[in-house]
Design a binder for this molecule. Sequence first.
Ligand SMILES: [Zn+2]
Length: 580
Amino acid sequence: MAGRIPQSFIDDLISRSDIVEVINARVPLKRKGKEYTACCPFHNEKTPSFTVSENKQFYYCFGCHAKGNVIGFLMDYEHLSYIDAIESLAADQHMDVPHEDDAFANKNKEDKQPYYDVLKQASDLYQQQLKTSERAINYLKQRGLSGEIAKRFKIGYAPEGWDFLIRHLGKSPEKLKALNKTGLIVSKDNNKTYDRFRDRIIFPITDQRGRIIGFGGRILDQGEPKYLNSPENAVFHKGYELYGLYETKMALRKIDRIIVVEGYMDVVALAQNGINYAVASLGTATTTEQIQKTFRTTHEIIFCYDGDNAGKKAAWRALENTLTVIRDGMVAKFLFLPEKEDPDTMVRKEGKAAFEERVKNATTLSDFLFNTLKSESDTSTKEGKAQLANKANALLQKMHNSLFKDLLIEELSSLVGLSQQRLESKISAPVEHKRPAPKTVKPIRGQQVLINKTRIAIALLVQNPALASQHKVPESFKTAFKKGLPLLHTLQQTIESNTEMSSAALLERFRDTEYENALHAMSMLQTPETENTDNLLEEYKNIIDRLQIDDRDEYLTHKYESGEKLTPEEEKEFMELSTK
Ligand SMILES: [Zn+2]
């Protein structure tokens, strides 16, 4: 199990990441004064109320109150877990995520460079071997592949025999370890090792940076298995990678669409025929991560499958995964080829223009969705309609709010004869329970916020954590009578654990606590005090001092009013306080 990620690392990661950059890469932002805005990705709107603060490194939506820092944004926008959001940010910063548990930390710190090295060396050897094997060359020629395409995709040949790689690369214990760890060689129980890929055409799989992370091997003649992949290893995670994505990015400057196919040969054959925008998922089903990765490269995906049942099934899985990530502006289509055909055979048979015509006429996601549902239920009966509505609901529920989702609901509505409102109430997540309006409210850019001194003090401290070391919150706040003061004390202590802490990092410490929401609201609060940047410290000092007096006053008043006897000292203090 993964150990805890040290808080200091998360602080550091947040301070290195720029929320504007991270969000802008996914939701284009416009500068507006000190902040950035966009139409909110979390609710439907026509005028932007989604605000990103560069100074504070948070986002806040004045419409739906979505809020958070860079980690929270990734979690919500990309449906990532907390750990995955951190991993994703860390990868952008080229940082390795440490874990406090030693075993995991060691494993995680494992230097991956020897693996990349040995994979690259193996690929070079395989490419050399291809040049010397008449049989392999003939095979590729017979499939219509040119030397140029073979070179672009670094296609190689793993010769017959059991120890080609071992002999050439396994010259030290370290090298043997790297060969083993990357799955290039296989160890048997009896300590014998042999090459995994033997007498196969080799397709190197690259990551986003063009580093080789694994191989796919296809048999030349008859035999099983037809395709053999590298096993998952420290640098190769099947569900995350797409064969040909790097090559597509290298070939095209602007990628209007990407075709997702099943096999390496499909990608290569399409490229050979001038269709340079195909990628292959490295298993049968295309994962959510792969779809997200593709949508970061293009706005249109065409999933291409065999027209048989297995193909339809794989397409449906892709549809389900697409629904969870699709947003307005993204398009997904489904292309079903005639039975017994795959993109490789199809494009060789009919050429580029005809294949691209098929791509152009691919089935839209909505058609595929509703046609499939209709084929499964008898919509001439009420029972059938209810069944269809329930199935569709379950799918639509997973979607982000978008105009596209609204349109799907509209279509479903006319299909089953239920009102959109009725369907929406079933599909949409329950709306947050509205709290009764507080007594003193002040509208801040459309947002109603209760303003009082305690809140201003919290806002000042959250927005400017450096204040904690300039003017300490009194120790007495820890057990203060007045609401909110113990929280100020906790904030003070939290900041003292890392005085360099940014606002966003401070908020991160309160994730999943009872204070999370309140602190986020305070982080965006704008009052004359928070905007008075020249005299922040002065403002803060005054408020803290005042709060200390008020707290004492409230406490003594309460004691007095509840009939408890005040000590003579308290009585004196009480009188003095009321004149302050
Ligand atoms: Zn919103």
